[in-house]
Design a protein around this ligand. Structure first.
Ligand code: ADP
Ligand code: ZN
Length: 732
């Protein structure tokens, strides 16, 4: 008898496909090979559509696809002998797909990154056996002994090195001339050293005790752990992780910039005596597989990762932590568009475990949840060990402007000089890579633009190229104007960090500069070197983009200068002011983290802007109360909901036609409103023409069913595409 079975494939498929199987033992979660067209694909046996719908909340459920005629179903080829996908992860996949409207198969693909059909085979390694008097040897065997050493090698590698066949190596093994090297641990630096937990201060201990209690209960609860930069939030949440390890369960810590977080990892390793399991997109496949297997095995562990770590197959999850919860980097903007913080809360709820959101400047969304009584609020009020918060001042650039063609005001330059003269370090922050954001022809006014995007090309002088920051387009720096052919007429307009570096070299002779941007800090290793150079004071001044805002701790850094504090306030982004305050407070928080007091200088043309006032007064909560008051009347998030529809097409006409069609069919009703269509700020991106619509609803209106109905009615032409972004964070 053959049974019907649903199989979800890790590709752009809305839901599982139906197959048949004679095997009554096949259960949801099992991996199977199935025919798809002429190929064979690997997928996961999925729960029946009714089960999937039943476990979704009512406002996310949707009608299951029509059943296929059973006579047309093809059989599953075979079951793959590997641990299956746990039910909690399948639920999570369903929920994320229903919430974001991303195809279920694409969400499964994220859960299968790192999956492998069989446990990774460990290659046995061989080394020279302890020297004795070997019997008389053939020439080939002698070659093997010459090639082998104490360093373990695989049979293949040893055969290659000795220039013999693998059979000769096997013979040497039989004769005990070679011995097997002890198996390497899966994670080499996991070797247990002596853990060095800190002695917590009284206020830290009070919070740590609450967190430990919460972990011990193993129930769903969301906590906001708030504390100024340097108050010891990390030390305190690591106590919660410790408690979870004591329960022999698994913890997940999400960090926004994990690839460069070498300081965090070494701090963790010192604290616990072993390294965490690191998970992010630039890890190799072998590492990924080992982490996936380890997590799937249910063995206690601590994973520290990017948002994609939420899709690991935890089978004994006990705690989730989201550090820097306000960071926009937690939002994934491509493929499955989801917010890592929000999905972390959901994952914790499904696993009935606590989730801790950590920040010095929590998002308005999280603060609203605290106010509504949904999240518990724990606060660390002061910097650790009596360190004071830095003194923050706005430098009004209208009153004391920099010299012509320069970007650093006299006040900021002399503050740098004084800081360096005291033997301390300074940091200049400008969130702009390259030399200048715009290159202009003085003769004809032509601006050098990307041919594929509505964006200027940015000069990167070090690489001698013009680069588009939105696509991969680059070209050599032209010697004449591409439009009027005038020579020596092209001038850079505005500063990027390369230009600021040049200015510092000119103004502060002999200063040792380190640049921290995604162009220079390309790997964990580069980050490690930079951190060491800064700690050993081989560097006087750091110049960086938003990378410098991340949790770094530089003991000798006492001055932070923000070159253009107004930069993030431009544009129509609803969170522009909130983000500016969060980012600049984070950057400023790098100053004076130890005994010597810190200073933060903000160069601004808008000293009266609420964001600048909030930074100077350091009254974050007052500012957020104002922000809430601004957003509440218009039902902007978090007081209402947004969903963005980004239309793109091969021609402007086609994009307009689709945008109009969408607009004509827009849902209508009480408490909802459709804004647009309007050209997207990036009207052209990678050669595609873009329009945006925004659905804004009151709280309590389920947007997913509205969107499903709306989109169902459309027939797209082959060049047209619609991307749905629920709870948008970026408005490009
Ligand atoms: P936050 O996460 O709030 O910015 P951290 O946990 O990074 O703060 O702490 C700031 C600095 O103070 C770190 O170098 C940390 O090691 C140190 N620190 C915090 N609490 C303690 C403590 N109880 N004992 C020793 N050092 C501490
Ligand atoms: Zn481009």
């Amino acid at each position: 008898m053959s049974l019907r079975v649903d199989v979800l494939l890790p590709r752009r498929l809305q839901s599982a496909l139906a197959y048949t199987t004679p095997d009554p033992e096949l259960v949801p979660g099992d991996f199977v090979a199935v025919p798809l067209g002429k190929r064979e694909e690997i997928g996961c046996v999925w729960d029946a559509a009714e089960v999937v719908m039943a476990r979704l909340p009512a406002d996310l459920a949707f009608p299951p696809p029509k059943p296929v005629d059973p006579s047309r179903l093809r059989p599953v080829s075979r079951r793959i002998d590997a641990p299956g996908l746990p039910e909690t992860l399948r639920c999570f996949v369903d929920w994320v797909s229903a919430y974001t409207l991303a195809p279920q198969g694409m969400v499964l693909a994220m859960a299968m990154r790192g999956w492998t059909p069989a446990p990774p085979k460990s290659v046995r390694l061989w080394r020279l056996a302890s020297p004795g008097h070997p019997p008389k040897l053939t020439a080939a065997r002698q070659k093997v002994l010459d090639a082998a050493s104490a360093k373990p090698m695989s049979i293949k590698a040893l055969a290659e090195k000795a220039g013999v066949s693998p059979a000769v190596i096997s013979a040497c093994i039989k004769l005990n001339l070679l011995e097997a090297a002890p198996a390497e641990p899966a994670f080499r630096d996991e070797a247990i050293k002596v853990p060095q937990p800190p002695t917590l201060s009284a206020s830290q201990e009070t919070i740590a005790r609450s967190l430990r209690d919460i972990v011990r209960k193993q129930q769903f609860e969301a906590i906001l752990l708030e504390g100024v930069t340097g108050s010891g939030k990390t030390e305190v949440y690591l106590e919660a992780v410790q408690e979870c390890l004591t329960l022999e369960r698994q913890s997940l810590v999400l960090l926004p910039e994990i690839a460069l977080s070498t300081q965090w990892i070494s701090r963790f390793t010192r604290r616990f005596g072993f390294a965490p399991l690191v998970w992010h997109s630039s890890m190799g496949d072998g590492h990924r597989r080992r982490v996936w297997q380890h997590v799937r095995s249910g063995a206690p562990c601590v994973v520290v990762g990017a948002r994609s770590a939420l899709f690991l197959p935890f089978t004994d999850l006990g705690l989730i932590i989201v550090d820097e919860e306000h960071e926009p980097a937690f939002k994934q903007e491509e493929g499955v568009i989801y917010h890592g913080r929000d999905m972390a809360v959901l994952r914790a709820r499904q696993a009935t475990v606590p989730v801790m959101l950590v920040s010095a400047t929590p998002s308005l969304e999280t603060l609203a949840n605290v106010q509504a009584g949904r999240y518990r609020h724990l606060v660390l009020p002061d910097r650790h060990a009596g360190a004071a918060l830095p003194d923050v001042r706005a430098l009004d650039m209208r009153l004391a402007p920099p010299s012509r063609g320069q970007f650093l005001s006299p006040t900021l330059l002399s503050a740098c000089r004084e800081t360096l003269a005291r033997g301390e370090q300074a940091m200049l922050f400008l969130n702009r890579r390259g030399y200048a954001p715009l290159t202009l022809c003085r003769q004809c006014g032509h601006r050098i633009e990307c041919p594929k995007c509505t964006a200027w090309l940015v000069e990167h002088r070090a690489q001698r190229r013009m680069v588009c920051h939105h696509c991969e387009y680059t070209m050599p720096i032209p010697t004449q104007c591409p439009s009027c052919a005038a020579t020596e007429s092209l001038v850079p307009v505005g500063p990027g960090i390369e230009r600021v570096t040049e200015e510092v070299q000119r103004e502060l002779a002999g200063v040792r500069i380190l640049v921290m941007s995604s162009d220079s800090l390309v790997s964990a290793e580069a980050a490690r070197i930079a951190v060491t150079q800064i700690a050993q004071q081989e560097v006087d001044l750091i110049i960086g983009t938003q990378l410098v805002a991340k949790g770094w701790h530089f003991p000798h850094l006492t001055l932070v200068g923000v070159v253009d504090a107004d930069l993030g306030l431009n544009g129509g982004d609803l969170r522009a002011a909130e983000r500016t305050v969060q980012l600049l407070q984070q950057v400023g928080g790098r100053a004076g983290r130890e005994a010597r007091p810190g200073t933060v200088l903000l160069q601004t043309y808008l000293p009266d802007h609420p964001a600048m006032k909030a930074l100077v007064s350091q009254d974050f909560h007052h500012f957020m109360t104002q922000e809430a008051a601004n957003r509440r009347p218009g039902f902007w998030p978090p007081f209402g909901r947004l969903a963005a529809l980004i239309v793109s097409a091969g021609t402007p006409e086609s994009a307009d036609a689709l945008a109009r069609a969408l607009s004509d069919m827009a849902p209508k009703g009480e408490g909802l409103e459709v804004l647009g269509p309007a050209p997207a700020p990036l009207t052209k991106l990678r050669g595609r023409h873009r329009r945006r619509l925004l659905l804004r609803t009151r709280k309590g209106i389920a947007v997913q069913p509205l969107l499903r109905l709306w989109l169902q009615k459309l027939r797209l032409k082959s060049d047209q595409k619609i991307v749905v972004d629920i709870d948008p964070v970026s408005f490009f």
